[in-house]
Design a protein around this ligand. Sequence first.
Ligand code: SF4
Length: 359
Amino acid sequence: MADPPLPDLLSLEPDELHQALLRHFEGRGQPGYRAGQVQRWIYEGLARTPEEMTDLPAPERAALGEAFRLDEPAEERLSESRDGTVKHLWRLSDGHLVESVLIPTERRLTLCISSQAGCAMGCTFCATGWGGFDRQLTPGEIVGQYRASRRWVEGRDLGTVTNLVFMGMGEPLANRGALHPALTILNQGYRVGARRITVSTVGVVPGILELAERPEQFRLALSLHAPDPELRRGLIPLEKRYPLPQVMSALRRFDEAGGKRITFEYTLIRGVNDAMELVPPLADLAREVGAFVNLIPFNPIPYQDWRPSPAERIRAFAAGLEARGVEAAVRETRGRDIEAACGQLRAQVLVQMGKGRSG
Ligand code: SF4
């Protein structure tokens, strides 16, 4: 039988990591403070290997490497947009590919990370859905995208990553076994404030309820895309399993938990979900849970002939929402020249490799 995999230094929550390191060093007759040294190298030094942990004696570095793993995703491809958006395609240790995107704005540098390799949700407007589902990411593979991206940013004197959104490939609430530890590690280990972390979902009700129970004020974004259940079913197949009224009741629970901000994401597709009569029901839903609405022009994908709504329609949507007391913003499309929308770079690579769904 194959040996069980070594524990992954990046996947353990800070308390577990501390205990595991204490046991390791005590077992070797080493002082307990070595555990803290290693934790500092991981969380503050962003060390990639025990070899980089230069204040550990050489035999201890070697022993750490034999007892634990530390595999971060490796850069497979990098695309930089003219508007400053940077997209990384990462190769995981077993060869699967995931994406993350860095989006600089005036005061923030937001990193959009993936929670699954591919996605099983099959949303009809999304390039990741088209590529299909490969596997769940581990907490370390989620956190690894943050570490590698931060190192990339800091190495170029571009400041640091200020905000994190789970809006890359995959449905984070369909990988809660890794999402919850990853949130704890990012918040307690790497000190990313909970209010700077947003989890985006297409409406996995049990996951929304679990997030509502967490004491930290992580933010939640619901990919709504239609205020009408029937129209929504055509865009998001999960609507059949968790219909909008159930999702809204979970969001009310999240809202009632206090101090937790909800955003609705609404991708505007010409002639599909941009009729002005959808504005009042959308405003009603947003008001119910105090949600902010992000209006996003549809980013065309290879196998769909849908087009983004015209700019004037998007502006009219925003104005209609605001007239009904709902805060709304039009999110500019970033990185279009580098295919920076969810899943597009991976979809392109899969097409080149002859994989992916056809039609
Ligand atoms: S929109 Fe999100 S949940 Fe839907 S297929 Fe794409 S990655 Fe999956």
